[in-house]
Design a protein around this ligand. Structure first.
Ligand SMILES: Nc1nc2c(ncn2[C@@H]2O[C@H](COP(=O)(O)OP(=O)(O)OP(=O)(O)O)[C@@H](O)[C@H]2O)c(=O)[nH]1
Length: 380
């Protein structure tokens, strides 16, 4: 009887906070691929997803399986700065949507950050916002690391080091592309030094499933290497400032995102030549390229392209266009490379005449020294 009498009171108590998993990892590491796989697990059927992208046009939401009402594409920009407020708003909106039945009753949230996000402000927001901490709890940080590019990325990008260091779980992707066991051991050893408490799960070996990744327990800065506590402490100092002034040192100003878009269908050979020239000439500067392309040979079935530095993944053909926009769109994230150079190159390949720009024949006839292509460094 007593238990029955208590039951309604228990139901009236505050609801359990909803677990939030932060999914981070450098550009092209495989976050969306992992997210898609996780969302296919029936155990995650009631999951709301927040995705943030760096670039003019967001594409990831097109590729997330079963785009439901719970999937929210945060405004373009950087989740750690401009979207800090938006993250709060988005999480509040989700709750409102759930409370007034506009959204299905989700019981977990996954926030996919941009590949360039500094995770510290995001974690700080989730751990310290006076309202959000009542309704949400940070369940853990899953950091995706591309085994092929890991060493170079960690050497060059402090954000990538931070992303690894704050991980509760590390998912190593693209191990299937590694031919050298020693390279894999070196990456693993480096990650273990950065995040000693985080299990390292091999995606290609099927280790990165929902039970292994989620329910990491409350986020605890004390279990991470000391730097993590320092980054979070720095956020605590920065937070009381009324207007969040953008710290020019937080980001690498040499990184830019832009989009190449065209209505025109592109022949497969033109696309191949353009991408190969881009890769060969500016591969190191090409942090990330992803896109959807209307091929002249099969305009109704676009292909999806992914590139990470020198690595171009095999294109994937879709059965149809995922939305009403049937333009080819290539989102590029580059470092130390003037977007105008790439735009001119793209126009040349498409045959759009431009002043002072060599045409396609001039660019491809002499592949060793493509006419008019400035070395990337001189453009900065
Ligand atoms: N071979 C191989 N390819 C992978 C693996 N994981 C991801 N990829 C490929 O890597 C490319 C980039 O994957 P995404 O999931 O889009 O990466 P992302 O981290 O979401 O990229 P951004 O949103 O740009 O930061 C795609 O072509 C994937 O198919 C893996 O374990 N093995």
């Amino acid at each position: 009887m007593a238990a029955a009498a208590d039951a309604p009171a228990a139901r009236r108590g505050p609801p359990d906070p909803i677990p939030v998993t932060v999914l981070t990892g450098f550009l092209g590491a495989g976050k969306t691929t992992l997210l898609n796989r996780l969302l296919g697990d029936p155990a995650l059927a009631d999951t709301a997803v927040l995705i943030n992208e760096f670039g003019e046009i967001g594409l990831d939401h097109l590729f997330v399986r079963e785009v439901t009402e719970g999937v929210v594409l945060l405004a373009s920009g950087c989740l750690c700065c401009t979207v800090r407020g938006d993250l709060v708003t988005a999480l509040e909106d989700l709750l409102r949507g759930r409370d007034n039945n506009r959204l299905p009753p989700f019981n977990r949230v996954i926030v996919e950050t941009t590949g360039l996000a500094d995770p510290a402000p995001i974690l700080f927001t989730l751990m310290s916002h006076p309202y959000l901490v009542l309704r949400y709890r940070l369940d853990g940080v899953v950091t995706v690391i591309d085994a092929v590019n890991a060493q170079a990325t960690l050497d060059a990008h402090p954000e990538a080091v931070k992303q690894a260091a704050v991980a509760d779980r590390i998912v190593l992707t693209k191990t299937d592309l590694l031919t050298d066991a020693a390279a894999r051991d070196a990456v693993t050893a480096r990650l273990k030094r950065l995040a000693p408490a985080a299990p390292i799960l091999d995606a290609a070996a099927g280790e990165a499933d929902a039970p292994a990744l989620l329910r990491a327990g409350l986020y605890d800065p004390a279990r991470k290497i000391p730097d993590v506590a320092r980054w979070l402490a720095e956020e605590a100092v920065a937070a009381p400032q009324a207007a969040h002034a953008h710290d020019p040192n937080r980001h690498d100003d040499r990184i830019q995102a832009f989009t190449l878009a065209t209505e025109a269908a592109i022949s497969a050979s033109t696309l191949d030549m353009f991408l190969e020239l881009l890769r060969a000439t500016y591969g190191a500067n090409l942090l990330r390229m992803k896109g959807i392309v209307k091929l002249a040979e099969d305009p109704e079935r676009p292909i999806v392209l992914h590139g990470v530095q020198h690595l171009m993944h095999p294109p994937v053909r879709l059965d149809g266009w995922p939305d009403d926009d049937h333009r080819s769109r290539l989102v590029m994230i580059v470092r130390d490379l003037d977007p105008a150079v790439v735009r001119r190159l793209f126009s040349a390949f498409l045959g759009i005449p431009q002043i002072d720009t060599p045409d396609r024949a001039a660019l491809t006839d002499n592949p060793l020294a493509p006419a008019g292509l400035p070395p990337a460094k001189e453009r900065t």
